[in-house]
Write a protein that binds this ligand. Structure first.
Ligand SMILES: *[C@@H]1O[C@H](CO)[C@@H](O)[C@H](O)[C@H]1NC(C)=O
Ligand SMILES: *[C@@H]1O[C@H](CO)[C@@H](O)[C@H](O)[C@H]1NC(C)=O
Ligand SMILES: [Ca+2]
Ligand SMILES: [Ca+2]
Length: 203
């Protein structure tokens, strides 16, 4: 989770500003997330130093992201991730959106995490994952990691990864993976649970 380590290193401390504007803010966030007051303060410090306006737009998000993956092109994956964090779908991630997502990723139950991942992979947010969506996600991850990281990687690798995903997940063979299929397969399959850790490294 190198990104969040980076956020922790940021050094402006300006929590009072944000919470003054919403006195109920801190208690509310402590109830909504699994972060302590101290952790929220550290996260806020980092957030505020990257995004003094108090919200992140997609361009800023992509810029921050690209610093972690200088060897590849992270813009597509950052775009998908942005849409998963931007729960109000209005082009801006507030501090609340940010910590809510982060809490699920870092402190949520397995089911919370899987639901979050499903929503990320479901690019058009229509409730099911198509093979095209999975291929696009895989391609964005390969692009981000950089082609040179995988000397033998073929251009067909993202597609093969997506096909493999579908062979495991699409139980009724109707061409889409639903949340029920996703949860059922993930919870039963040790390998998939392992590969979810790949997700830990790129989020
Ligand atoms: C998005 O919505 C949030 C909360 O409703 C608001 O604070 C923010 O200004 C909005 N951003 C844009 C770009 O409309
Ligand atoms: C907090 O943790 C509990 C237990 O793991 C989980 O059920 C809950 O959904 C989590 N909430 C968030 C927002 O992470
Ligand atoms: Ca979809
Ligand atoms: Ca299906």
């Amino acid at each position: 989770l190198k990104h969040w380590t980076y956020f922790k290193q940021a050094n402006t401390f300006d929590l009072t500003h944000w919470f003054k504007a919403r006195p109920e803010g801190l208690d509310h966030l402590m109830q909504q997330t699994n972060f302590s007051k101290k952790e929220l303060q550290i996260l806020y410090r980092g957030f505020k130093s990257e995004c003094p306006s108090g919200a992140v737009n997609e361009e800023t998000f992509k810029n921050i992201y690209s610093q972690f993956f200088p060897q590849g092109d992270s813009s597509m994956y950052a775009h998908f991730l942005f849409e998963a964090f931007d729960t109000k779908n209005n082009g801006s991630i507030s501090f609340e959106d940010f910590v809510m997502g982060l809490s699920i990723i870092l402190r949520g139950s397995i089911t919370d995490k899987l639901n979050w991942a499903f929503n990320l992979y479901d690019l058009n947010k229509d409730g099911c994952i198509t093979k095209e969506e999975m291929t696009d996600i895989m391609r964005s991850i390969y692009d981000m990691m950089g082609k040179y990281t995988y000397p033998c990687m073929k251009d067909s690798a993202p597609k093969e990864h997506a096909d493999n995903f579908f062979r495991k997940m699409d139980k009724n063979n109707d061409g889409v993976v639903t949340i029920e299929e996703f949860l059922e397969t993930c919870q039963k399959d040790e390998n998939i649970m392992q590969s979810m850790h790949m997700f830990d490294n790129v989020i």
